[in-house]
Unconditional design. Structure first.
Length: 81
């Protein structure tokens, strides 16, 4: 079982800093995703910076159509601490 997300914030370019409920912090690079048609709306920096943690910490989302799971972020994020 993956830890749940407690906080997310954009930090540089398309990098997100993700804090999990086990106090681990990981960075996740979204730059590869914005070239995908499902995520290209995130090229709009105003939308990108409005990322939120989903209820229960099971993922993050920008709107009703764009989201990522805690599994993706935990598995492919880069450990910061």
């Amino acid at each position: 079982m993956n830890p749940k997300i407690v906080d997310v914030k954009p930090i540089n370019g398309y990098i997100l800093e993700i804090k999990f409920n086990n106090d681990v912090i990981k960075n996740y690079d979204m730059s590869r995703w914005v070239t995908d048609s499902r995520f290209e709306a995130l090229k709009n920096k105003d939308l990108f910076t409005n990322v939120k943690v989903d209820i229960g910490g099971y993922g993050i989302s920008w709107n009703d159509e764009i989201d990522l799971s805690e599994y993706e972020l935990w598995t492919n994020g880069v450990l910061v601490n």
